[in-house]
Design a protein around this ligand. Structure first.
Ligand SMILES: Nc1ncnc2c1ncn2[C@@H]1O[C@H](COP(=O)(O)OP(=O)(O)OP(=O)(O)O)[C@@H](O)[C@H]1O
Length: 347
């Protein structure tokens, strides 16, 4: 059934390669116009899921739908609705940029009368007008990635899927590609996989974390922080003793704890990290109480977001716990065998 608000619907997707369960019961939906980040360690199943969505791989079981249509039901329809940029996108190095896009427009069956306009639009969107007559093999990696994106958006598809679009790019090129992806927001539904976590956070509305073929976290960066981090950290630059600071904190909420303190600078100020469980915002109370205290002098106060890296580590560590439980539940491992070693908890 057509579901216009969800351009992508995935239900209980499984993909086995021999004994390897590359995708193990993944379900998710993506709203029209959203940018979604796929995160996961190497071998988690990201590329396999993306390839199933594009119709390149067939799922062992489960359903993947694009614009309400199962990808296996009408490959022709799916081909027109999806722009795909695979990892290490192979491009014909001896063709010129425009020549290549002309060829791709034909392959994508864009009507002849619309091809010129489609190529102009893609060249312009990817800032490739000046490079349109250059030979692809002579372009930098960043330019080549832009050619790959121009190809992906050429037929104005509903869904764009990009596997590691910024891999191997320098920071300038990363910013360019990131801005380009952000410019698609609202117009196209975009799925990108990347190992560059700050980039995913900056670009994506939703993040899906995959590990061992299963989804272990799903939501906006803020929702994921709430689920996996569960505390808020404030950083205060303050003049005064730790004793006085502890007293002041206790008067606001007994659970506010000093997590870390720096050395004092030449003016006697130390940077202190204060932590509390839960998402409640204590900034105003903290600022007022510390400013009003006769023996304390705050110079700055800010709440610190946990980096997405911490969320990623917590999410993938948690799934190791689940794997442990599964092993115990199914008794596939005798009790005498050594258990899986967890990474040391992060302080
Ligand atoms: N064609 C294939 N034949 C056999 N095994 C495969 C095949 N493709 C993927 N796999 C296996 O499936 C699992 C998931 O691989 P996949 O490439 O989807 O992971 P990924 O999350 O994209 O990893 P990476 O970040 O390294 O690209 C891995 O164990 C991989 O070795």
């Amino acid at each position: 059934m057509d579901s216009p608000q969800h351009t992508i619907e995935v239900e209980q997707l499984h993909k086995r390669f021999g004994k390897v369960e590359a995708v193990n019961g993944i379900s998710f939906q993506v709203e029209k116009g959203q940018i979604v980040g796929f995160l996961g360690p190497n071998g988690a199943g990201k590329s396999t899921t993306m390839r199933i969505l594009t119709g390149y791989n067939r799922a062992s079981s489960g359903v993947a739908k694009i614009c309400g249509v199962p990808v296996t039901e009408d490959p022709h329809f799916i081909k027109r609705r999806i722009g795909y940029m695979p990892e290490n996108n192979p491009l014909p190095l001896d063709l010129r940029v425009r020549e290549y896009l002309k060829y791709r427009a034909k392959v994508k069956e864009i009507p002849f009368s619309e091809r010129r306009r489609a190529i102009e639009n893609a060249l312009e969107a990817c800032d490739l007008l000046r490079a349109q007559d250059r030979i692809i093999g002579k372009l930098s990696k960043g330019y080549r990635q832009r050619v790959g994106i121009a190809d992906a958006i050429l037929a104005n598809p509903d869904v764009i899927i990009m596997d590691e679009p910024t891999i191997g790019l320098d920071p300038h090129q990363v910013v360019m590609i990131r801005d380009l992806i952000a410019s698609l927001r609202g117009r196209m539904t975009v799925i990108i996989s990347s190992h560059i976590l700050p980039e995913i956070e900056m670009t994506c509305d939703q993040i899906i974390i995959i590990n061992h073929g299963k989804i272990v976290g799903k939501g906006s960066p803020e929702e994921l922080r709430e689920t996996f981090i569960g505390h808020t950290t404030y950083e205060v630059e303050i003049h005064g003793t730790i004793d006085k600071l502890e007293q002041a904190l206790a008067s606001i909420a007994p659970e506010l704890e000093i997590e870390r303190t720096s050395e004092r600078d030449a003016d006697g100020f130390a940077t202190v990290e204060i932590q509390i469980k839960g998402p409640q915002d204590y900034r105003e109370q903290l600022f007022q109480t510390l400013s009003a205290h006769p023996d304390l002098r705050p110079r700055s106060l800010r709440s610190k977001k946990a980096p997405l890296e911490d969320v990623f580590l917590a999410a993938t560590r948690r799934s190791w716990d689940e794997v442990d439980e599964e092993l115990v539940d199914t008794q596939t491992v005798p009790a005498s065998e050594p258990s899986i070693q967890h990474p040391a908890p992060k302080n």
